[in-house]
Design a protein. Structure first.
Length: 266
């Protein structure tokens, strides 16, 4: 890609506007802030500020960004900035795109912030196989019952291991902040309080700044999105991470709603 004015890279932005970008950054920071050192966070925050003209895009030179930190009284080294970039790329926060001058020589990079995805240090939750999820409705609950029975047996064997007990709490231990209707639906497939709460957390994050959304609206969005998740799995879609996949479904529905509102206004 050829180097050029920031407007040249506007098509790379993944955000509707600056507010959308800031909302995503807030959620990234909840998960990633502790993974960066103090100096690395200074570098990251400076990069975020330089990505405001075109939401989520920055084409400033590293030296320019480092100098800006120094001018603000926050002295960091170039190596610290580069270390921050390596971490951010590893976590999926930033994509780095190389650019080239007219003569073919490499120019400075373009930094493209990515939309928020769930970052979790816990083991990935297994997605039901095609065969498992296609069983008749009256047999579906047997999957949960079998899993629960195995969990109970393991708890009896390791009753002294408190961490194990906490990790294996079923859907009945879900926080009261999660609507009962959504909890009862999800627990038919994932009878685990962590899974249910994480899925509802996605709904909360995605609708946090939608002031016109009522709790009933959120519930309808959550149920409809989860049903689509299950339908897609039944149809053979490969889902490696249900949280990231669920996030994408919810985001698509809200984007469609947003476009519909714009169309009505126009």
């Amino acid at each position: 890609m050829k180097s050029g004015n920031i407007e040249q890279f506007k098509h790379l932005s993944q955000f509707r506007d600056l507010t959308d970008f800031n909302n995503n950054i807030e959620q990234w920071m909840i998960d990633l802030k502790a993974k960066f050192t103090k100096s690395e966070l200074i570098a990251l925050k400076r990069l975020i500020r330089f990505s405001a003209k075109v939401a989520g895009i920055c084409n400033a030179k590293i030296q320019t960004l480092v100098s800006a930190c120094h001018e603000a009284g926050q002295e960091i080294s170039r190596s610290t900035f580069e270390r921050m970039l390596r971490k951010a790329k590893q976590f999926g926060l930033i994509q780095v795109i190389n650019t080239f001058k007219e003569n073919g020589k490499q120019s400075h990079n373009v930094y493209v912030f990515q939309r928020y995805q769930i970052v979790s240090d816990s083991p990935t939750i297994d997605v039901p196989t095609q065969e498992a999820i296609d069983v008749p409705n009256n047999e579906t609950s047997n999957l949960s019952k079998t899993s629960n029975q195995n969990n109970i047996n393991k708890r009896n064997e390791k009753v002294s291991d408190n961490k194990y007990l906490v990790d294996k709490l079923d859907g009945s231990f879900t926080s009261s902040r999660v609507p009962t209707e959504f909890r009862d639906l999800v627990k038919c497939f994932y009878d685990d309080y962590k899974t249910i709460e994480e899925l509802w957390k996605i709904i909360h994050i995605q609708t946090y700044y939608l002031s016109y959304y009522t709790q009933h609206d959120r519930l309808e969005l959550a149920i409809d999105s989860f049903k689509q998740l299950v339908r897609n799995i039944k149809r053979g879609h490969k889902v490696r991470n249900i949280f990231g996949y669920f996030w994408g479904i919810v985001e698509k529905k809200l984007d469609d709603e947003y476009k519909s509102i714009l169309f009505e206004v126009a």
